[in-house]
Each structure stands twice: as structure tokens, then as C-alpha cells.
Design a binder for this molecule. Structure first.
Ligand SMILES: Nc1nc2c(ncn2[C@@H]2O[C@H](COP(=O)(O)OP(=O)(O)O)[C@@H](O)[C@H]2O)c(=O)[nH]1
Ligand SMILES: [Mg+2]
Ligand SMILES: [Zn+2]
Length: 274
């Protein structure tokens, strides 16, 4: 039978298939082949003896949390408390672009913005929408439910952005803790990270505090450049133009002419200088 691993606790792999879960063991051959089954892996398994037989090739995988085959990511982006961080947003967009994960911007705490603050934010979000990214609010529950169907999704974003609140609103049975104070420096101590895909609305979702800079470790500058998807609309004289030190650069020109959002360009330079 074919299924997807939704939870791993020591060497017990919970595989979901046909609305049922099976707690399986992995075969010894995986260890020899240095294949480690991950949450999100699609597997073939023996549903009589509860053994994983094969791990299918991955579409993608992320390091922290370790999870495979993510289709889309809801980037839970708080407008206030914590304040909107375009730097974090652009970083997350780069990670998603590089891993071929469809990003969906989901804005929270609109109610905490003044009218004028919100006007500013709307302008910025219009820019992201023009790039082709979907922009939603955390009260668009019906749209979110539809998007979740038949997909594996991650909900990611800063602590306090409202991920758990949103997931609880989608499924009241979850009872995820909200408003928890996080001690960033002691993170490892406070929370034993437990990765689990939760099934809802015909799809699977993962609640995660975010992805570390680890994701950028193996990415070359060329791919970061590509992940800023609007840059290619302004072809430079040099194909390998870094858009930083070159005197004549169409991307820099587009930034000066307000065609490219200044914050996007600055975040690009920050990520390149990692
Ligand atoms: N005003 C307001 N507060 C929100 C909203 N979404 C979440 N919160 C609050 O923000 C705090 C952090 O939310 P939580 O879901 O724990 O964030 P997480 O760390 O991303 O899981 C909680 O006190 C929530 O009640 C929102 O849209 N508006
Ligand atoms: Mg939370
Ligand atoms: Zn250039």
C-alpha cells in the first residue's frame, strides 16, 4: 500500500493511507543505504506486517524541521506585534522558491493596524500580488480550507504571528497552545520539537516556528538571484550580473525607478551577503 509518513517517534513511523494510520517499522536496508525516512515521505508499505518497504524520491525537503514533500507554505505574516518584517517574508519566499514550494501569504492582526498603516501595507502587498503570490488574511478561513485539500502544507512564520490561533480556528479540536512566550535563546531547552503532519480538510498541515538560516547554507548566489522572481524581467548586460557592484545594471535601475520594491532589493543584498 502507498501512504505518507505523518509522525515519527523513535523507530515507529506512523503512515497515513486511505484515512487510516498504520504504525510501521522501517526495514534495516534503509539504514545500510543511509536512507532515513522523514515525515512527509511517500512510502510503499506492507499493511499486514506494518513494514515500510520503499521510500519514494522526494520532491523537496527542509532541514529544520526535517520534513519532505511540501507542496505549499502559508507564510503567516503578522502586521503588528510582531511588526511586519519584509526581511523575514523575503527570506521565506526565497526558501520556498528554491524548494519549489508554493508560498501563500497569510496576513494576521490587521485589526491592530491604524487605517494609515494599513494603507501602506496594502501598497506593499499589491506588489507581492503583482509578482503572482496569493495574499490572504487569517479570517479567509473558507479559502484556506479549500487550498489545504489534497496538499501537504506548512504554516510558518514568526513566534506570535498567529499560526496556532489560525490552526485552532480551522479545527477547534486541535487545542494548540497560543500566546506562548518563547525564549529564543533557550529554544532547544524549552520545546522538544515534535514534527507531525495534522490531517484536515482532505490535506495535511504542519505547524512550525520557521526555518533556520540552515536552509541558505547550500544555496548558490545564482539560485538566490532566481528566487527574486521579478529580477529576470530586467535583463542586465552581463548574464552573471550580481546586481550589486556593476556600474550598469538593469535591476538597480529598476529599483531607482521604483519598479522593484527597494526592500526587496535590500533583502536580496542581505541574503547574498549571508
Ligand atoms: N489582535 C489579534 N491577535 C491575534 C490575531 N491572531 C493571533 N492573535 C494573538 O496573537 C498571539 C500569538 O498567537 P499564536 O497563535 O500563539 O502565534 P504563533 O506563535 O504563531 O503560534 C495570541 O495571543 C493570539 O491570540 C489576530 O488576527 N488579531
Ligand atoms: Mg504556535
Ligand atoms: Zn544587474
Amino acid at each position: 500500500m502507498r501512504g505518507q509518513i505523518v509522525k515519527i517517534i523513535s523507530n515507529n513511523y506512523t503512515v497515513s493511507a486511505n484515512n487510516t494510520t498504520y504504525v510501521c517499522k522501517a526495514r534495516g536496508k534503509f539504514r545500510k543505504e543511509k536512507k532515513i525516512p522523514l515525515v512527509g515521505d511517500y512510502v510503499l508499505f506492507d499493511d499486514k506486517n506494518n513494514y515500510i518497504l520503499e521510500i519514494e524520491d522526494r520532491k523537496n525537503f527542509l532541514h529544520r524541521p526535517m520534513v519532505a514533500n511540501i507542496d505549499q507554505a502559508f507564510l503567516i505574516t503578522s502586521l503588528k506585534e510582531p511588526d511586519l518584517s519584509l526581511n523575514l517574508l523575503d527570506k521565506l519566499l526565497v526558501i520556498m522558491e528554491i524548494n519549489r514550494i508554493k508560498p501563500i501569504l497569510c496576513l494576521t492582526k490587521k485589526d491592530k493596524c491604524s487605517k494609515s498603516e494599513f494603507k501602506e501595507i496594502e501598497k506593499i502587498m499589491q506588489y507581492y500580488q503583482n509578482l503572482g503570490y496569493s495574499v490572504l488574511f487569517n479570517d479567509d478561513l473558507e479559502t484556506i480550507k479549500t487550498l489545504i485539500k489534497n496538499k501537504t502544507s506548512v504554516f510558518t512564520g514568526q513566534t506570535g504571528a498567529g499560526k496556532s490561533t489560525l490552526l485552532n480556528r480551522l479545527d477547534a479540536k486541535l487545542h494548540l497552545k497560543t500566546g506562548e512566550i518563547s525564549f529564543a535563546l533557550n529554544r532547544g531547552k524549552h520545546t522538544t520539537r515534535h514534527v507531525e503532519l495534522i490531517e484536515m480538510y482532505g490535506g495535511k498541515v504542519l505547524d512550525t516556528p520557521g526555518f533556520s538560516s540552515l536552509e541558505f547554507k547550500d544555496i548558490c548566489d545564482e539560485n538566490i538571484k532566481k528566487a527574486f522572481i521579478e529580477f529576470s524581467k530586467y535583463p542586465c548586460i552581463y548574464k552573471d550580473c550580481s546586481h550589486i557592484d556593476e556600474k550598469e545594471c538593469k535591476v538597480k535601475e529598476a529599483v531607482e525607478n521604483h519598479k522593484i520594491l527597494l526592500s526587496r532589493y535590500e533583502n536580496y543584498k542581505k541574503i547574498i551577503g549571508r
